[in-house]
Design a protein around this ligand. Structure first.
Ligand code: ADP
Length: 758
């Protein structure tokens, strides 16, 4: 209260109290007190007298305007003229009162305070609107407001910035001026249906800028309603997503590229946790995506992979990249080699945020490399073997050649006694055979390696083949204190099978030859047994045996256990490779068991194909000979050994002859006395009566009967004695088919009509 008269002040207070307003007051008289009171007392209303001794109401009003503009101000005065009243009201007073009408004061105070409150609220509201407007104006997204017809009423500056259209250019226009034609009519329909029914619509537009450029925006359009719920406007809040779309497109392209790469791509975070793997990775490792994402990369490493290399890879990757070979593990636990390249993925501040690894399965590549290394080693080994073979072969050829050349020279010495002469001839023949067999082996292996070896099957009697081979080696076995035993399990008449006789013979010869070569004393057993549809042959010896590491090796060409130059055993190292090749050609396999110092057992199989019938035509071809047969003849074979008899019988079976057997000399004489015999094949060593004696006696009563002695290979005196006893000729055991047939042909004479031609 600005008042100098306390009576007036009391009057005013009384009047205010009367109107029911509760209050406290401060009364001031001077300008200074007034300003202080406004600031410190902070009144809700100022009641001021017009004229005071040192101050006046007009000044008080002006000060209030400065210091507390929102505080209501009422002028209460004794007298006031109309002019002054107008002036005071113009200067901002809320009301004025003449003290005479003081009863109106309560009402005036209430009105002034209410009016001020309304103004305050209005100011707040205006301030809010201003803020909102600024928010819309300065918004980084573009905002458009339309009326319910869709005519544009407002666009913010961002809209202008984006589209190039200023507010005044679009005011009252329809937003379709932005249409690019790429948004479908149905989409617009859906949009209108949504917003006119009061819902919000979200979607994307492909729109056109003022300059014709296309841009993408994501929009939310919603209706604005008044307090009654009627739609008055629509507001569209739109964001330019052109760049985002472009990035999305690139990210998609990148992801697609990673997926179509055939190498295994993986991305892991700083803690080695898998963030991404591509399709090739899943295929190669056998996992489903969910089994790998979020797992530690060690899931694909072998359980025992050391920490050290992992650390090294990480360090190198941090420096720029790592590339090397590793072993990885698939889901099924199998391990496989990979070639891995790793590198860092950095953010825009050059901080490492992830690792990318590209792995290639190099199983095939490694295998190829290994194969190449093996092939190279094999080629080198072959080279070494061939050199060794050449040394060997030169030894194998030189030894018999030396004997042949040397002893041929000795033969020409004058006055050489006949026994020595015969001995030298024997050595020369033996050496020639040895030479021939070496050369045959070399030719055989060349034919095999050239893939030219063929099989020629025919009907063959197994027992005869075995007996023939047995016969062939008997003398050699006896000479070196080895017991040679042949066991045939099929009866002779059931032992006819279809196979390649020459090859079977060769295989047995090679194996038994080896057995005898590598056995100083003891025994060599051989034979066969039927096992299902296979015939299983065996050749067992009690010789030097073969170390286990050589069991496979010895079947390779030129491989021999002994490799030193001071070799004890002769041989070219070809026998077993030839045998193996022949066995495989025949449809069988070969293997062995052996223990050094104890002996060896070689086994092989061939298919068991029993022969159904025997035809003479078959036999003809079997011998490779053409025989003229007119008349059946009868030959006597005096032979105590079954095997020898079997051999002869088999060899002669091609000729149309009857064969009668005598087990000893006495039986032979008996048979000759009782029936006509055309030819006798006489064994020398026989029980009861030997061949010499029997020949002598038979020649006494049948002087013209041809008798051919069978003598042991090495014993020259045997042959001599046989001729003296009256034999017409002799066959040396083991004899060759051709030799036997030649003699039979010769002593059968013209009248036997047995003509043999190759
Ligand atoms: P060769 O006998 O001509 O050397 P082979 O191919 O027949 O050639 O045999 C190869 C090697 O296998 C022989 O040199 C020998 O070291 C070993 N071998 C073969 N058979 C026997 C065996 N019965 N006992 C011991 N070693 C054998």
């Amino acid at each position: 209260m600005v008042e100098d008269l306390s009576s007036d002040a009391e009057l005013i207070k009384h009047e205010v109290k009367k109107s029911g307003i509760e209050f406290v007051e401060q009364i001031v008289e001077t300008r200074e007190d007034y300003i202080q009171a406004i600031q410190n007392f902070n009144p809700d209303i100022i009641l001021s007298d017009y004229s005071l001794p040192h101050f006046d109401g007009m000044q008080a009003l002006l000060i209030r305007k400065e210091v507390a503009p929102s505080t209501p101000f009422i002028l209460v005065t004794g007298t006031i003229n109309e002019e002054t009243a107008v002036e005071v009201m113009k200067a901002g007073a809320d009301d004025y009162l003449i003290k005479e009408h003081i009863s109106r004061l309560g009402e005036a105070i209430k009105t002034a305070i209410e009016k001020r409150e309304i103004i305050r609220l209005k100011n707040i509201a205006e301030e809010k609107v201003k803020i909102l407007l600024r928010a819309v104006e300065q918004n980084p997204v573009s905002i458009m407001i339309t009326n319910i017809k869709g005519d544009i009423e407002y666009v913010n500056p961002k809209f202008t910035q984006l589209t190039g259209y200023r507010l005044e250019e679009v005011l009252g226009k329809n937003p379709r001026l932005l249409k690019s034609g790429k948004t479908t009519a149905e989409e617009y329909k859906r949009l209108w249906e949504a917003i006119t029914s009061g819902s919000e619509w979200h979607g994307e537009f492909q729109n056109l800028k003022k300059n014709g450029e296309i841009y993408f925006e994501s929009a939310t359009i919603s209706p604005i309603t008044d307090e009654k719920g009627n739609i008055t406007n629509f507001v569209a809040v739109k964001e330019d997503i052109t760049e985002k779309k472009e990035i999305d497109k690139r990210v998609k392209l990148l992801a697609h590229s990673l997926e179509s790469i055939s190498d295994c791509v993986s991305i892991t975070d700083n803690g080695n946790i898998i963030l991404y793997v591509n399709e090739a990775f899943l295929q190669t490792y056998g996992y489903a995506e969910r089994e790998l994402i979020g797992k530690h990369i060690s899931i694909v490493r072998p359980p025992d992979m050391e920490v050290e290399p992992t650390r090294e890879i990480l360090q190198e990757t941090n420096k720029g990249g790592w590339r090397g070979e590793l072993v990885n593990r698939k889901k099924d636990g199998s391990l496989f080699p990979i070639l891995l390249s790793t590198s860092l993925i950095k953010d825009e501040n050059e901080n490492a945020i992830a690792f990318i690894g590209v792995a290639i399965d190099i199983t095939e590549r490694k295998k190829l490399l290994d194969d190449l290394v093996i092939a190279k080693e094999k080629a080198e080994e072959n080279d070494r073997l061939k050199t060794a073979f050449l040394h060997n072969i030169s030894h194998e050829i030189r030894t018999p050649m030396n004997a042949i050349v040397g002893f041929s020279e000795f033969l020409s010495e004058p006055g050489l006694p006949p026994e020595k002469q015969r001995h030298y001839v024997d050595i020369i023949i033996q050496s020639s055979n040895q030479l021939l067999s070496t050369i045959t082996d070399i030719i055989s292996i060349s034919t095999i390696e050239a893939g030219q070896e063929k099989i020629h099957e025919k009907e063959v009697n197994l027992n005869a083949v075995c007996n023939l081979v047995n016969e062939q080696f008997l003398a050699k076995a006896q000479s070196q204190d080895v017991n040679l035993l042949c066991k045939t399990t099929l009866a002779d008449n059931e032992a006819s099978i279809i196979t390649d006789e020459i090859k079977l013979n060769q295989i047995l010869t090679n194996l038994i030859g080896n057995a005898l070569k590598f056995t100083k004393q003891g025994r060599v057993d051989f034979g066969y047994a039927v096992k299902g549809d296979q015939l299983e042959f065996y050749v067992k010896d009690t010789g030097i045996g073969i170390p286990p590491e050589m069991h496979n090796e010895i079947f390779n060409c030129f491989r021999q256990v002994e490799t030193t130059t001071t070799r004890q055993y002769s041989g070219s190292g070809l026998g077993l490779s030839i045998s193996k090749a022949y066995i495989e050609l025949l449809g069988g396999k070969i293997w062995l068991t052996s223990e050094p110092e104890k002996g060896s057992a070689f086994y092989f199989t061939i298919p068991f194909k029993p022969a159904i019938s025997k035809s003479s035509a078959d036999m003809q071809s079997a011998l490779g000979l053409k025989i003229d047969q007119k008349k059946a003849r009868t030959f006597l074979i005096a032979e105590d050994q079954d095997s020898n008899f079997m051999v002869l019988k088999e060899l002669l079976s091609a000729l149309n002859v009857n064969i009668i057997r005598a087990l000893n000399g006495i039986e032979a004489i008996e048979i000759c006395k009782n029936q006509p015999i055309d030819l006798i094949l006489m064994d020398i060593k026989m029980p009861m009566m030997d061949g010499y004696e029997a020949t002598k006696r038979i020649k006494e009563f049948l002087p013209n009967i041809p008798i051919i002695a069978q003598t042991a290979y090495t014993m020259n005196e045997e042959k001599e004695r046989a001729l003296q006893a009256g034999c017409d000729n002799y066959l040396t055991k083991p004899f060759k088919k051709a030799d036997l047939l030649a003699l039979v042909n010769q002593y059968g004479g013209e009248d036997t009509n047995l003509k043999i031609a190759k």
